[in-house]
Design a protein around this ligand. Sequence first.
Ligand SMILES: C[S@@+](CC[C@H](N)C(=O)[O-])C[C@H]1O[C@@H](n2cnc3c(N)ncnc32)[C@H](O)[C@@H]1O
Length: 211
Amino acid sequence: MDYTRDGATYDDEYDPVTAVHRRFVARLIDSCPQGGTVLDAACGTGPYMGMVLGAGRHVVGTDQSAGMLGRAGTKHPSARLHQVGLQELAFEKAFDAAMCIDAMEHVPPEEWPLVLANFRRALRSGGHLYLTIEEVDRRELDRAFAEETAAGLPAVRGEDVREGTGGYHYYPGREQVRRWLAEAGFTLVDEADERLDGYGYHHVLVRAPEY
Ligand SMILES: C[S@@+](CC[C@H](N)C(=O)[O-])C[C@H]1O[C@@H](n2cnc3c(N)ncnc32)[C@H](O)[C@@H]1O
């Protein structure tokens, strides 16, 4: 997948929104006061922005891909959009809530703590964060690791960088994600599992500390 090249036609080919995504976004919106602002990090073409705006909250979308942001801006002219990577987010106490949906699988393990610290800094006291963690069969990841190391690549278990698998993906285990979230100061509010065709999502709603 080349998000920049395919941004204009992405919505014609993919409909990634499931009932569980919608349920968690609705809960995130509920945690945000009327007139408050939600960060949609790695927003892509903005499939959840209509829910946020329709509920009377503002939305700020960020993404590294100009193509995806262009499409989001056409659909939601009132959304404020910034072309910036998850690793470079520099907002401070700017948001009542934040979400990062179907994108953390593109973040390598060594950058997860940095990205979570960026989310935490961006949130106001007690702000909620909704993340999805994509999951695939661990045997497939073992195969990927074996092939990558055999090819001399400096692979980490959980990474899939093989040709034809949609670009860089890293699938951390749940325990690892729980540890990273706790180290970043987040506490668990709710979680859910969703099995789809050949993969799944672990949906996680957490809360930043109050200050
Ligand atoms: C599968 S799409 C999901 C987009 C949207 N959140 C959704 O649910 O439809 C993944 C998005 O993550 C963005 N992305 C991937 N890695 C990123 C990074 N390091 N920083 C910012 N955006 C990133 C891509 O450009 C793409 O728009």
